[in-house]
Design a protein around this ligand. Structure first.
Ligand code: FES
Ligand SMILES: [Fe+2]
Length: 390
């Protein structure tokens, strides 16, 4: 699929973050580019759709959309978890329309004409279809998706041939489960959703650097000792964080906590999820920034705790994220999105220092590199020399 003429660009991407330029601005709003991302990234990558604690009983389900692909995840009565495309095989009505729920019977019944499927995806009932010539229920199934459960979080993939995610992020998972060993039994406590007028990479860029923390998040730089803040990138994931001060202007931590219990960290997993620690509390948040269109992102910040309740510190942190930090970041991202359309702007530079200090943007470069690698085969080669690497 060619990129539209107006946005035809040949560009390289430098693997060295210290000398690289960012992805070109048009990749943040161009429809054809987004179509490529949809096909080359989101149809082959793992999406975190929720946590097993949200579907504890047989018949409980979650739904999601991976860009334009509706999916659902079902807890079967044998305890297993399966995922399917959320589209009826008759005339494609969504089978499950709520974000979360529980089936009223053992069958998944389409609300449109009541075709009904069992938990293996097999069609079991299709009213009045007995007399249809050549119609054989046994030949009709829902298409199943790959599912992986990691730390209790449910990941699905639209690509039946996708590599397993677990081995690709194992060191990060090990690090997180050392800090919170009981994640598998956690429960959803709070959730806040932001629909953002910005490209998903723009949201990711903002998440993955703390260069903006000093000017934009005054309370955050008082919360975390920035001298201890480190950003590490590798493979499909990155890890950044530092040690929190007990007394600060964001929220106070309980006294007497060891440094390990005061660690703030963001564990990012390609392409669109990060897990955010809540230092001073046993809670954790998943931060999913799902692309819905070239310039819109559905950001879901879900907080989990051991018993589905937040203690006083957890509530303070959630309020800080939902009422202060979250809106501050949405504002930044939406203003960047507007600026990306400026005729004056084509590409920027990463601020990456040799010490990889807290304000270094090498995790943003890491995200851009992954995007470039997934799409490089589609970037047209012939362009005027002055366009190259601009
Ligand atoms: S579309 Fe589902 S039964 Fe008709
Ligand atoms: Fe921020």
């Amino acid at each position: 699929m060619p990129l539209s003429d107006t946005n035809l660009r040949n560009f390289n991407f430098d693997d060295n973050p210290e000398t690289a330029s960012t992805l070109p601005a048009f990749t943040y709003y161009d429809r054809d580019w987004f179509e490529l991302e949809k096909r080359q990234i989101f149809r082959h990558s793992w999406r975190c759709v929720g946590h097993v604690g949200s579907i504890p009983g047989g018949g409980d389900y979650l739904t999601d959309s991976i860009v334009d692909q509706p999916v659902f995840v079902l807890r079967c009565h044998d305890g297993s978890i399966r995922a399917f495309h959320n589209a009826c095989r008759h005339r494609a009505h969504l089978l499950l329309t709520e974000a979360r729920g529980s089936l009223r019977s053992k069958l998944i019944t389409c609300p449109y004409h009541a075709w009904a499927y069992d938990s293996s995806g097999q069609l079991r009932a299709a009213p009045h279809c007995e007399s249809i010539r050549g119609f054989d229920k046994s030949e009709i199934h829902l298409e199943e998706l790959k599912v992986e459960i990691i730390m209790g979080f449910i990941f699905v993939n639209l690509d039946p041939a996708a590599d397993d995610l677990g081995p690709q992020i194992a060191p990060g998972v090990e690090r997180l489960t050392r800090l919170l060993p009981d994640l598998e039994s956690y429960q959803l406590a709070e959730e806040v959703v932001f629909d953002i007028a910005g490209n998903w990479k723009n949201v990711g860029d903002n998440l993955l650097e703390c260069y903006h923390c000093q000017p934009a998040h005054k309370a955050f730089v008082d919360l975390v000792d920035m001298e201890s803040y480190k950003v590490e990138v590798t493979g499909l994931w990155s890890w950044q964080g530092g040690i929190c001060r007990t007394h600060n202007s964001a929220y106070d931590l309980p006294g007497g906590l060891a440094a390990g219990d005061r660690e703030f960290a963001t564990f990012y997993i390609w392409p669109d999820v990060a897990f955010v620690l809540f230092p001073g509390s046993r809670a954790i948040a998943s931060f999913v920034f799902g692309a819905t269109a070239p310039e819109s992102t559905h950001q879901v910040f879900s907080v989990y705790s051991p018993d589905g309740e937040l203690d006083a510190v957890g509530r303070d942190i959630f309020r800080y994220f939902s009422d202060v930090l979250g809106p501050e970041d949405v504002d930044l991202v939406e203003n960047v999105q507007k600026g990306l359309h400026s005729m004056s702007y084509q590409r920027g530079r990463f601020f990456v220092d040799p010490a990889r200090s807290y304000f270094s943007e090498h995790a943003v470069h890491h995200l851009h590199g992954l995007v470039f690698r997934h799409l490089r085969a589609f970037i047209p080669p012939a362009a005027p020399a002055e366009e190259i690497n601009r």
